[in-house]
Design a protein around this ligand. Structure first.
Ligand code: PEP
Length: 252
């Protein structure tokens, strides 16, 4: 046993409305009960974070944001600061999700800055890394993941990983129904841990590395049983209460 507490985090993306979010949160709250072996988090759209705080307070489920701005406050129309997320009780915030990298032009440097801003606000960043299909097919997976990690390490130092979570999310597996095989995922997770381990063995042994990419109730157990997979970052399946609860049980 690694001693690392598994984490299952749901990324709701830009889905739902007030009624569906409220129903999902209530069902999760009662489905999980007061205690869970794995840590459980949900990351709703910003506007439904207060609803999550209200519904989940005192439960075994914590909540987080899907993004934040690099600045702590100021004239940045339309942005949300880490301190605002903390103010609403967020524990986590996702940074560097591949949708933000691909659709909103977030590069490695900006991701490293957002990671820093998250920690400065007292949030735990869930740092997403992962390769595209073209990169995998040209044997660039390790180079890409190493580059994405290096930019964060250069700016924030290896010690920052005591208060961070890494999520390996192969871009070709996100929302596509194509899951990395447990062996493919484990190989990259082991690479990430070994890479961090070259800088600090204790820190790399303690950092949780989640897998994300079309995780479902039916494949979660096999993925989570790999030695370097410490849970999952779940997109589509986190919007279906029963499916998400099955994934949570697989991590327990
Ligand atoms: C995600 O968006 O982080 C994700 C893993 O999505 P999905 O589970 O839908 O592939």
């Amino acid at each position: 046993m690694s001693g690392r507490r598994p984490l299952v985090a749901g990324n709701w993306k830009m889905h739902g409305n007030r009624a569906s979010s409220s129903a999902l949160l209530s069902t999760l709250r009662s489905g999980v009960g007061a205690k869970a072996q794995a840590e459980i988090a949900v990351c709703p759209p910003y506007l439904y974070i207060p609803l999550a705080a209200e519904t989940l307070k005192g439960s075994a489920i914590v909540w987080g944001g899907q993004n934040l701005d690099v600045h702590s406050s100021g004239a940045y129309t339309g942005e949300i600061a880490g301190a605002m997320l903390r103010d609403h009780g967020c524990t986590y915030v996702i940074v560097g999700h591949s949708e933000r990298r691909a659709l909103y032009g977030e590069n490695d440097v900006l991701v490293a800055e957002k990671y820093a801003a998250a920690q400065a606000a007292g949030l735990i960043p869930i740092l997403c890394v992962g390769e595209t299909l073209t990169e995998r097919e040209s044997s660039q997976t390790e180079n890409v993941v190493a580059r994405q990690l290096d930019t964060v390490i250069e700016k924030n130092g290896i010690a920052s990983f005591t208060k961070a979570v890494v999520a390996y999310e192969p871009v070709w597996a996100i929302g596509t129904g194509k899951t990395a095989t447990p062996e493919q995922a484990q190989a990259v997770h082991a690479f990430i841990r070994a890479k961090l381990g070259k800088l600090d063995r204790n820190i790399s042994g303690g950092v949780r590395i989640l897998y994300g990419g079309s995780v479902k109730g039916s494949n979660a157990k096999e993925l989570f049983s790999q030695p370097d997979i410490d849970g999952g970052l779940i997109g589509g399946a986190s919007l279906q209460a029963e499916e998400f609860l099955t994934i949570i049980r697989a991590a327990d």
